[in-house]
Design a protein around this ligand. Sequence first.
Ligand SMILES: [Zn+2]
Length: 313
Amino acid sequence: MRADTFPFILTLGLSRLGSTLAVPTGSQSDTLIRSSFTELPSVNISMMASTPVPKWLSDFTGLTEWPGADPPYIPLDFIDLKSLPNIPPRAPGVCPPDRSTCSFDCFKCISFDDAYTCPTLSQTFDDGPSPYTPKLLAGLNHKTTFFTIGMNVVRYPEIYNQIKNQGHLLGCHTWSHKFLPELNNEDIVAQLQWSIWAMNATGSHLPKWYRPPYGGVDDRVRQIARAFGMQAVLWDHDSFDWKMETSPPSRTADDIYSDVRRWKDSGVNGLILEHDAYLSTVNSGIEVSKIVGAGQMTVAQCVDSIDYINTFD
Ligand SMILES: [Zn+2]
């Protein structure tokens, strides 16, 4: 692996959390609904790409290096931006006045092709791959689902392929973890296309499943993702494991285990949201796996569907 080339630090996050949005009805003053975010409001990612940009991608994009956190939009002939729903971009934390755009982050709205639950209690892990992911892989005794950030995929390709080679399911969690409803159409395409290319260049497959960061999805985002053949994956149970990483921590591992035991004991099923980005959340993920016990499913198994749109090896 080459040690490439353009190290940088970025802060991904919701720096405008709490800002207001011009809602087209003009009636937002008394109808604003604040969404609750389900991840750390700011995630530090530094990147040193290791996956080479393959020739097919370089020929297509004209770029020989992976992009930074604001990747360029590359037009694709199978995506017609003019046919998309006319839903204006909205800032994180501020919601439209009604459910008509079917936002999950604001209204927990589910669309017809969203995967949002599972017949068994089953873990899912977002935001990797990370240097802590191998510890999680060593501690799990079942197949699970990882929603990976494209910038991390090309930074940690060996860990990505370790996940794949151990038979887990890999899904897309965008290129750089943006709140997608805030972006224009071109930038949403860019967030998806570059993350798909990262997964293809690294793992030789095309994802079927994506999880929108912060649960930020509405019918405009969904329609763009459908053009790539992808379906959104949401969740039933939030572990809020990232709250162990706030300063000071606003949640303990025991808080998480207590919730999971309650779900288990009450017999509820469904998808649990966790993260493999931190040592603390990897440790809790291993313990949660023990509490849940046998019977976990991958997201594709949960909805009796395919793992990938295509695989090339
Ligand atoms: Zn995330």
